[in-house]
Design a protein around this ligand. Structure first.
Ligand SMILES: CC(C)(COP(=O)(O)OP(=O)(O)OC[C@H]1O[C@@H](n2cnc3c(N)ncnc32)[C@H](O)[C@@H]1OP(=O)(O)O)[C@@H](O)C(=O)NCCC(=O)NCCS
Length: 142
């Protein structure tokens, strides 16, 4: 199994995301080819995939931005195909992302994970992420 930064969006990529995204959120619209290309081309995002035998098994996105308090990075949209879970793919994706960020001048990595995502919360804590006491808010506009 290899983890790499996606630089090109192929039909295989689109098919993989069509399968992976509903496993992350049942309410999300599937990303189009252009959506994925925008993510790949953007300086603010890095899209990583885990692949074995020419099959994409999972993905993770890093989001970077600068604000007055410094450079920030968030891990987003971590998902491993149900058939490939429990074999270290999620762990390897997160470790790859940590290594990628560690090579830059950024002091910490942020993420959120809903408490009902038991496997994900265990994974992040196992890899050293510490729960912060803060409130997460959302204003729905539709
Ligand atoms: C969370 C997710 C990415 C983990 O991927 P994975 O490849 O199955 O995880 P790994 O095999 O690398 O497991 C790494 C660690 O995660 C934890 N973990 C994984 N699956 C678990 C489960 N079913 N129950 C409890 N802990 C689990 C364990 O600590 C495990 O380490 P261990 O095997 O040494 O005990 C995967 O379950 C998934 O895609 N879930 C649905 C989408 C999701 O919730 N994404 C996270 C959004 S924040």
């Amino acid at each position: 199994m290899k983890i790499y930064k996606l630089t090109q969006v192929t039909n295989q990529t689109i098919k993989a995301f069509d399968s992976l995204i509903p496993q992350l959120s049942s309410s999300c619209t599937l990303p189009s080819k252009k959506d994925l290309e925008d993510i790949v081309k953007s300086n603010a995002t890095e899209l990583f995939v885990a692949q074995e035998n020419n099959q994409i098994l999972g993905t993770l996105t890093l989001v970077f931005y600068k604000i007055p308090t410094g450079d920030k990075v968030w891990i987003e949209d971590v998902v491993v195909d149900a058939k490939a879970r429990g074999k270290g793919v999620g762990k390897d994706l997160v470790l790859f992302a940590i290594d990628f960020v560690a090579k830059r001048q950024i002091k910490s990595i942020n993420l959120t994970s809903s408490p009902e995502r038991v496997a994900a919360n265990k994974l992040y804590q196992k890899l050293g992420f510490v729960k912060r006491e803060t409130n997460v808010y959302r204003l729905s506009l539709v």
